[in-house]
Design a protein around this ligand. Sequence first.
Ligand code: FAD
Length: 501
Amino acid sequence: MSQNGPLGHIAIIGGGTAGWMAAAALARVLGRHGPAITLVESEEIGTVGVGEATIPPIQAFNAMLGINEDDFLRATQGTFKLGIEFIDWLRPGHLYFHPFGDHGVDFGPVPFDGLWHKLRSRGLAGPLEAYSICAAAAAAGRFARPTQGDNTPLSRISYAFHFDAALYAQLLRTHAEAAGVTRREGRVTAVDLRPDGFIEAVTLSCGSRVTADFFIDCSGFRGLLIADALGAGFQDWGHWLPNDRAVAVPCAPGGSFTPYTRSTARAAGWQWRIPLRNRIGNGYVYASAHLSDEGAMATLMANLDGAALAEPRLLRFRTGRRDAFWVKNCVALGLAAGFLEPLESTSIHLIQAGIARLLEMFPTRAFEPADIRRYNRLMAAEFDSVRDFVILHFHATERADTPYWAHVRTMEVPETLAERLRIYRATGRVFREADDLFTKTSWLAVMQGQGLTAEGYDPLADGMPETEAQARLERIAAVTAASVQRLPSHGEFIRTRVDAG
Ligand code: FAD
């Protein structure tokens, strides 16, 4: 085969969510006439096994694989998610909602955030949640998929899922194997390099070798190929995001069956609550510099909605990303590429984004350096912008009640975030840069929810007379509230439209 020809064989190392997402997607897109794909995983090592909340782009990923959404929800104990409720983040007793979708307003050239700030400062606008169909539906515990072909709040419902990560990996495995992927069970004990530094093969503990032209490192935090073999560096973000551990435990269903994730701030971190059909996923993400494992476990166990269904699991992690995600003939995906704590449920999305970009810049055996540089540049920008968004939640707070909160509130933040904060404080403006994952709705919801106040407002808001703007906001809030009443409860929707469908 020529040095420039198409790839003949791809080896994916690791069979967690990242490995099976990559295997299923590549097999689907490259087809049976494309390169052979082998996935190596080790049952003995196992997977991280958490990762239960997602964001809306996952719908497109499942659709690309040809997975029917109802089948997917039934196979994974899946439920719907309209956003995240943040409790006690600004101060104890405070609550706000970060919704998916938009604020349901189209004022043409006049930006919603500008109008809202202007009217809010004069006491003429309601809380942000009143203008978001996702926030309003979540507060009422209601859900439906968006209506098609009209322009009502109900057509703007945007949603993602909660699911059992292990069951999702199994579903992906079924699709991948049906599309021709070969699974090898075994522990990789050595990575063999060619004289030019490219990976030639991995050796398994049984002594056999898996050779390939292209390797995808999905081996988890360690980064067996990208870091251990190829030496990619790691940017540690622990000084901005000091949480480095989590305890996780499932419990029996209890409390409300919410169509959203709940995040509750705690003394040295925060606790997640993710409702599946058969259980609730819970975890306390915390900074080991501020809290012992026993302390975290005790707080978690004291704050469950139902009886614990298993022993709590302790997970250690390091927050940050690789300097380079693609080195020579190896791309890292998932935890091998980097990790941001799950506050905004972005890890699975970053795997999806990595796969999408890899397909956009899919290599031949020539491994075009410009493609590799572009891939690394775009993925770095995506990780960095998610990092800034996550830091915002911790930094913009009134809390100083524990050393942990006193630290995160006063720490220096990346200049890119500091700039956003300056702009918001002066003008109330939020913006989405080129490849930012989070929209203006997200930035506005969290900036406002975390208590940042804008001194001014966008002068473009003066493009609409105040009385007209007020009337339109009132109408949107009224139509949104009325629309929510037409939705079934989250449980009823699953029973009657997903399971019966
Ligand atoms: P892993 O699950 O660690 O899989 C690694 C694979 O590599 C395994 O199959 C293992 O057997 C294999 N392997 C490793 N070494 C070898 C070897 N030597 N030989 C052979 N095989 C090997 N993400 C979200 O999107 N939403 C969330 O709500 C969310 N919550 C999270 C909560 C916590 C506390 C943590 C830590 C993560 C969370 N994540 C979440 C992230 C999510 O869990 C991961 O992004 C996702 O599971 C992908 O993991 P992975 O496949 O990269 O790694």
